[in-house]
Design a protein around this ligand. Structure first.
Ligand SMILES: Nc1ncnc2c1ncn2[C@@H]1O[C@H](COP(=O)(O)OP(=O)(O)OP(=O)(O)O)[C@@H](O)[C@H]1O
Ligand SMILES: [Mg+2]
Length: 505
């Protein structure tokens, strides 16, 4: 009898990781199981027992402990190479779960399988073919520490030298370490140095070896003091775990609305925006910049948020892969995730009809918007948040989808229907004039060219971000806020879906 079982989805993940991710020949499948185990052990909360249920057994597979942990293979004695890590792994799991798994082999195998399947699910949700798998793994396994390295990191002398080189005389008064950047508060006795500083920022980045990543300036409240936000090396970054979302939501006291938290600001404080007021949002960024992870942060915020008992999500995913994790959600508009162009078009048209009906209904109620209707005790009008995972793909498959999207963008705001459109290709063809002028809130993740930043934000800057969920968030007229995204993982999504479904019972 085998020890560890996988499902069809797991096997597909293993295949993709081997063929496209690791891209090396003759590596056995179980090596991916080991990576998955490592990934799962890195998550502080234990894997849920729902992972014991294997839906697609037919396309699944079976493994023996000999393969996964090396049980019974070379033990390292008498100069034979060590291959048997079973005792070590059993000890690790015993510590992790605070039980003696040496006494209970069945429990050991069950937990091992749970961890492996959770790790594979993380790969499935977090990594995409086309993104660098090694880089992904590095991020997943090694960049979770909580900022202790940041404290040790000093750039002050280099920065002082760089400032002298561009002819700026200033004094660094304070340094503040955020999750990824260090903010240097620079006192400029001569105000004319401010122009020199702004003109010299590119040279300063060059002098500090920051490559395409930029130094951003930030205003401070003190006179003649400006903040310089300087990116640190990646191994000093602090990752923002998805579990923070639940904390922020719990301490948010306003009722109603659609608050979402894309991440934290440069100094680590949470940043919230209300999608109900936004009222529509564009998320743009190059491939691998963190758009999908950002959408997950917004979705998890909504599923756990104050309006979760009156919320429907309309999920449109022309790429077919990103919204898998929401398939079991009870609050799906139309009961499914839409991916083909025909059903998507029908759905968008149905939303336009829904909007028109709601406009009439609100007029009858004498309510200006959905929040007022809710305040008058109306129960049967939920918020509808519409997420499009790749706008460019959708429009390429069906140009006709643009019309209902524009109608919704123009008129849906008061009726509680809100759009979140993501795209890899922020260009004039995808984000056309009519959509643009009706989608005021924008999130720019890292883009390749300054011109793309201009399309998303009406200004440059996003081409100088640090990638991996680093973004500029613009709502309305104010200056965009620099935000480091929450690193939402499959576990966070699964937990949010469960919380939502339990509430919907
Ligand atoms: N907030 C974050 N913190 C840390 N790492 C992140 C964050 N967001 C994304 N990443 C890293 O970047 C990788 C790519 O993210 P994501 O899949 O969201 O990109 P994308 O913009 O959707 O790409 P594509 O356009 O190809 O779909 C993730 O697998 C993860 O390793
Ligand atoms: Mg994506």
């Amino acid at each position: 009898m085998a020890d560890i079982y996988t499902g069809g989805d797991d096997e597909e993940t293993i295949r993709l990781v081997l063929e496209k991710g690791l891209a090396v020949r003759n590596v056995p499948k179980w090596s991916v199981l080991r990576l998955a185990l490592a990934r799962s052990l890195h998550i502080a909360t234990p894997p849920s027992d729902s992972l014991d249920r294997i839906e697609d057994r037919k396309n699944g597979s079976e493994y023996h402990l000999e393969q996964v942990t090396g049980r019974g293979l070379g033990s390292g004695a008498d100069h034979e190479p060590r291959q048997d890590y079973d005792a070590a792994i059993r000890a690790l799991l015993s510590v992790y779960h605070d039980t003696d798994l040496f006494a209970d082999t069945n429990a050991y195998k069950r937990l091992l399988q749970r961890h492996i399947r959770r790790g594979l699910r993380e790969f499935r949700t977090g990594w995409r073919v086309g993104h660098d798998f090694h880089d992904f793994l590095y991020q997943e396994l090694f960049s979770q520490h909580q900022g202790s390295l940041a404290q040790e990191f000093s750039l002050t002398e280099e920065l002082e030298r760089g400032l002298t080189e561009i002819g700026v005389r200033g004094e660094i008064q304070k340094t503040l370490h955020g999750p990824r950047l260090t903010r240097f508060q620079l006192h400029l006795p001569d105000v004319n140095d401010l122009d020199r500083l702004k003109r010299g920022l590119e040279k300063l980045s060059f002098s500090l070896g920051l490559q395409e990543q930029g130094i951003f300036t930030a205003p401070t409240r003190e006179s003649k003091v400006i903040g310089l936000d300087v990116p640190r090396p990646r191994d000093t970054w602090e990752s923002i775990p998805g579990s923070r979302l639940a904390e922020w939501i719990a301490s948010y006291d306003a009722k109603g609305g659609l608050p979402v938290w894309p991440g934290v600001d440069v100094l680590g404080e949470p940043v919230m925006l209300d999608l109900a007021r936004a009222p529509h949002l564009l998320v743009g960024g190059t491939t691998g910049s963190g758009k999908s992870v950002c959408l997950h942060a917004l979705l998890v915020s909504l599923l756990r948020g104050p309006s979760r008992d009156r919320l429907l999500l309309c999920l449109i995913d022309p790429k077919r892969v990103e919204f898998e994790a929401y398939k079991g959600l009870r609050g799906l508009y139309g009961g499914e995730v839409f991916s083909d162009s025909e059903s998507t078009l029908c759905t968008l048209q149905a939303l336009v009809d829904e909007m028109d009906e709601r406009i009439t209904r609100l007029a009858e109620l004498g309510a200006r918007d959905l929040a007022e209707a809710h305040a008058k005790g109306v129960e049967d009008l939920p918020y509808i948040a519409v997420f499009v995972e790749e706008l460019a793909d959708l429009l390429m498959q069906s140009r006709a989808s643009e019309e209902p999207l524009v109608r919704l963008a123009q008129k849906a705001r008061a009726t509680g229907i809100h759009l979140v459109l993501a795209t890899q290709r922020p260009d004039a063809a995808t984000f056309s004039g009519l959509l643009r002028s009706n989608i005021p809130a924008r999130i720019a993740l890292t883009v390749q060219k300054a011109s793309e930043s201009k399309i998303i934000l009406d200004r440059t800057g996003a081409e100088r971000l640090t990638g991996m969920g680093d973004m500029l968030v613009a709502t309305g007229q104010a200056e965009p806020v620099r935000v480091h995204g929450v690193r939402v993982m499959a576990d966070d999504i699964a937990a949010a879906v469960t919380v939502f479904n339990e509430g919907a019972q």
